[in-house]
Design a protein around this ligand. Structure first.
Ligand code: NAP
Length: 246
């Protein structure tokens, strides 16, 4: 059991989630790394976190499945302690033009990104409220702030996360719980690896810093928001996008 409780990162098997888990481990937190399908990735990341001296466990955690969310929280509470830091990072995207977009793709996107984050928050809040301490960081996207053709569902899910962040910050601030969102721009992960060279060049041209971001650059901002020093930051929506939304 960790005295300071646990930090849960959903979708921690790779990309931004894996980098965030390592950043939180380096900050001295005990971390729980949730995965949906990539157990090996999450186990590897947990092993790296343990090298940093942290308590770290990898566990199956499908945010679309409420039973999996409940079981995951129960396992973390039994093995590490109550969740004091929650990073809703698990994300899903399936691009497609609206006229041909399927209900199934819409549901998968909204259920993973928006409903999944809400299920985790609702499960985490009672313990955070009792402790009068909590840090919730929602990983939204620059797509919440500006539109992209073919991303109606993804943008809607991420804009929903931003609205949820602001309302919850007002709802639970008096309990010592902060709720913030980060909006990454284009970051080199599996989510963006399918982009053609032409599209990458176009994105880079749109980004004042002139390159894609790294998972570590996003993780550093999340780790700040997840730490005790960010005690007066709540309801903030922070772009980590190389200036793309400026
Ligand atoms: N990369 C970017 O440019 C970018 C930009 C803006 C925002 N974001 C956001 O940043 C977050 C991380 O993205 P990434 O780029 O690191 O993507 P990624 O490499 O594709 O990783 C996505 C992660 O989400 C997990 N996941 C997917 N569905 C899940 C579910 N139902 N339950 C639990 N976990 C699930 C995956 O788990 P498994 O591998 O175990 O299936 C994986 O660990 C996402 O919310 C994404 O929308 C990314």
């Amino acid at each position: 059991m960790s005295e300071g409780g646990a930090a849960l990162v959903t979708g921690a098997s790779r990309g931004i989630g894996q980098a965030t888990s390592l950043a939180l481990a380096r900050a001295g937190l005990a971390v729980a790394l949730g995965y949906r399908s990539d157990r090996e990735g999450a186990e590897d990341a947990a092993a790296k976190a343990r090298v940093e001296g942290a308590v770290a466990i990898a566990l199956p955690f499908d945010v679309r499945d409420e039973a999996s969310v409940d079981a995951g929280f129960a396992a973390i509470e039994a093995e590490i302690g109550a969740v004091r830091v929650l990073v809703n990072n698990a994300g899903y995207t399936r691009d497609g033009l609206a006229v041909k977009y399927s209900n199934e793709a819409w549901d998968a996107t909204i259920e993973t990104n928006l409903r999944g984050a809400f299920l985790c928050i609702r499960r985490a809040l009672p313990r955070m409220m009792r402790a009068r301490y909590g840090r919730i960081v929602n990983v939204a996207s620059v797509a919440a702030l500006r539109g992209n053709p073919g991303q109606a569902a993804y943008s809607a899910s991420k804009a929903g996360m931003v609205g949820m962040t602001r309302s919850l910050a007002r709802e639970v601030g008096s309990r010592g719980i902060t709720v913030n969102a980060v909006c990454p721009g284009f970051v080199d992960t599996r989510m963006t690896e399918g982009a053609s060279e032409e599209l990458r060049a176009k994105y880079i041209e749109m980004t004042p810093i002139g390159r894609f971001g790294t998972p570590e650059e996003v993780a550093a901002v999340i780790a700040f928001l997840a730490g005790p020093e960010a005690s007066y930051v709540s309801g903030a929506v922070i772009a980590v996008d190389g200036g793309l939304s400026a």
